[in-house]
Design a protein around this ligand. Structure first.
Ligand code: CMP
Length: 139
């Protein structure tokens, strides 16, 4: 059975553009409850650790540099079928391929500066949420 929590980050491009509020509003209006939320900034080492699964990809170095370039908002979201439904809400990784009305279509600048992150599985949602929030910070 699909889990009911996922993890997201509003990325530096969307934060710098002043779109955090719009994005969180769209998330809430789409039926997700915010179970944890913080604005923070990742160090280069922390961004590298978060995206360790992509270490062998050609874009890893640039991704880590970008994700540590400014503040982000990290959040745990709750809804039935959270991982899959949230991936539908944000749209394809490349905003040029994202469907109309999705968060990336509305706010992303490029395949790298793509406004938001969304976990790709229940297991990763748990790991990624735990990267930012202790048990006491998850409601
Ligand atoms: P995200 O969903 O956070 O997962 C990995 C991130 O790597 C992705 O969003 C993009 O920010 C980035 N990414 C994925 N594919 C590419 C690519 N081909 N070129 C540059 N960055 C990418």
């Amino acid at each position: 059975m699909a889990g009911n929590r996922t993890f997201t980050m509003v990325k530096p491009d969307a934060m710098a553009a002043g779109n955090m509020g719009n994005i969180l509003q769209k998330i809430e209006q789409s039926g997700f409850r915010i179970a944890a939320l913080k604005v923070t900034r990742l160090s280069h080492a922390q961004a590298g650790a978060f995206y360790e699964v992509h270490k062998e990809r050609p874009f890893y170095g640039e991704l880590v540099k970008y994700m540590s370039s400014g503040v982000i908002a990290a959040a745990i979201l709750e809804k039935n079928n959270a991982v899959e439904d949230f991936r539908k809400l944000i749209g394809a990784t490349d905003p040029a391929k994202a469907e109309a009305g999705t968060i990336r279509k509305l706010y992303a600048k490029s395949i790298q500066e793509n406004a938001v992150h969304g976990s790709d599985s229940d297991d990763n949602a748990k790991i990624e949420g735990g990267f930012f929030f202790s048990a006491l910070e998850q409601f």
